[in-house]
Design a protein around this ligand. Structure first.
Ligand code: AMP
Length: 466
């Protein structure tokens, strides 16, 4: 079985060969013929299954012949990283076709995007908020869109983007092909699918269980021993690229720094970074400059490094779905990977939920020779911050309901210092943010560093964060 069976446009087939895909993945086998036939498709597939090519190849096939320079396909994605990743993948597969795909998302200069849109693009891969800005300024013309793709629709909902998505739908021609992909199918997404899709073909690749090529292990440990255990695990494991997850941005930064200090080629990716620094961290992780990346759930969305050999959960995620997403970073497209999760006594309930989704008990492991008996310090100082300065009221900002990130620490922000008013922002993020939950909230991971963006209903904050 190879890609020739789909009878793709020769220039698209040449793109498949250029990117080196030989055997279609299960989601590609199911989705490509349906999309080529012009049907609407609902794809239930987790990340790492090859879903980008599952919609991308037939999309390019459709666009390969026909007028150029009009936006004929629109792909909506919840995060900048995912948008970049899809765009890169589409352009790689389209290299022989002269079709052009560009990205549109917040947090970067809008004028550059306007220029690119003016120059003519066939495909726009966009995050919803910034695309709405372009729609309202009249800088994008979506009247010729033939195909709409909604990727990671469940995440789009979690981040509060559904109202924006509905507004965007109003700017599209009624007659179009719709493709929607989601790792999970909560009720709201099912409703959205009913609204958008017309007699869809449903294609499904394992509902929520992570890729079968990943092996899982739990490492029970006291909270205070997580960092020493992490060092021990890294020392004794043969790793290529390692992605480590923490539950807060502060912890991601701190663990990244500790690893760096210990001589590892490590970096961290969290919402407090500027877009340039995020991109530099991502590029460095992709090209091997960094072997280890420490990230929060939201910041890590869309990371596609095909050689991630290990995912290490420094902190267990808040939901089994978040576990699936994290683990989806390794074992991608039939490569093998390992998923290690450090667990404390408090994590037992979540472990049970994850095991239910996996349909199997996860092996508990102890690291030979590691001293598990070291007592916890009286006060856990590892992630402690300096005490918070009493807050003075700032009437103007408070009254205007300024978005939370307006006060947050600067890129790569420091821990709060007494007498440093920025510290309040840092503290708030540590306590007020729920990374990886079913309603993740945290600035920077979405399209325009909008802390409020990820809470459904928090529109004021979302708008002003643009
Ligand atoms: P995705 O789920 O679209 O993010 O894809 C996950 C990874 O699998 C990416 O690195 C793709 O380049 C890769 N991939 C997608 N389809 C194939 C295929 N048929 N053969 C090999 N690798 C693939």
């Amino acid at each position: 079985m190879d890609f020739k069976q789909f009878n793709l446009h020769p220039k698209v087939q040449a793109g498949v060969e250029a990117v080196g895909y030989q055997v279609p993945t299960p989601i590609q086998l199911q989705a490509i013929p349906a999309v080529i036939a012009g049907q609407d498709v609902l794809g239930l597939a987790q990340t790492g299954t090859g879903k980008t090519a599952a919609f991308g190849l037939p999309l390019l096939h459709r666009l390969a012949d026909g007028v150029r320079g009009h936006v004929r396909a629109l792909v909506l994605a919840p995060t900048r990283e995912l948008a970049e990743q899809i765009n890169e993948s589409l352009n790689a597969m389209a290299q022989q076709t002269r079709l052009k795909s560009i990205t549109v998302y917040g947090g970067v200069n809008i004028n550059t995007q306007i220029k690119k849109l003016k120059e003519g693009a066939d495909i726009v891969v966009a995050c919803p908020g910034r695309l709405l800005d372009h729609i309202s300024q009249g800088t994008v013309n979506l009247s010729k869109v033939e195909v709409l793709v909604l990727d990671e629709a469940d995440q789009m909902f979690d981040m509060g983007f559904l109202p924006d998505v509905r507004k965007i739908l109003r700017a599209l021609p009624g007659k179009r092909q719709n493709l929607m992909f989601s790792a999970t199918m909560p009720d709201d997404i099912r409703r959205l699918a009913h609204e958008i899709l017309c007699r869809p073909v449903t294609v499904q690749v394992s509902r929520t269980a992570p890729a079968a090529t990943v092996s899982h292990a739990l490492y029970p440990v006291g909270q205070h021993l997580k960092t020493p255990l992490l060092f021990e695990l890294l020392k004794h494991t043969d790793t290529e690229s390692v992605l480590i997850f923490t539950k807060t941005k502060h912890r991601a930064k701190r663990v990244g720094e500790q690893l760096e200090k210990a001589g590892y080629k490590a970096t961290s990716l969290q919402g407090n970074l500027s877009q340039n620094r995020r991109q530099a961290a991502l590029d460095g992780f992709r090209d091997g400059t960094y072997q280890i990346m420490v990230a929060t759930d939201i910041a890590a969305r869309g990371i596609d490094v095909s050689l991630i050999s290990h995912v290490i959960n420094y902190d267990i995620p808040d939901t089994p779905e978040a576990y699936t997403h994290r683990i989806g970073r390794t074992g991608r497209a039939a490569k093998t990977g390992d998923a290690f999760t450090m667990v404390t006594g408090e994590d037992e309930a979540m472990v049970k939920s994850i095991e239910r989704v996996l349909g199997a008990k996860i092996e508990r492991r102890r690291v030979e020779g590691f001293d598990y008996t070291v007592p916890a310090p009286k006060k856990d100082a590892e992630f402690a911050r300096a005490p918070r300065e009493p807050q003075r009221r700032k009437p103007a900002a408070a009254a205007q309901g300024k978005p939370a990130e307006a006060k947050s620490a600067p890129a790569g922000g420091r821990a709060a210092q007494p007498g440093n008013s920025r510290g309040a922002g840092g503290n708030r993020q540590q306590t007020g943010q729920r990374q990886g939950g079913s309603r993740p909230a945290g600035p920077g991971a979405g399209e325009g560093q909008r802390a409020g963006a990820q809470r459904p209903g928090n529109h004021a904050a979302r708008r002003s964060g643009r």
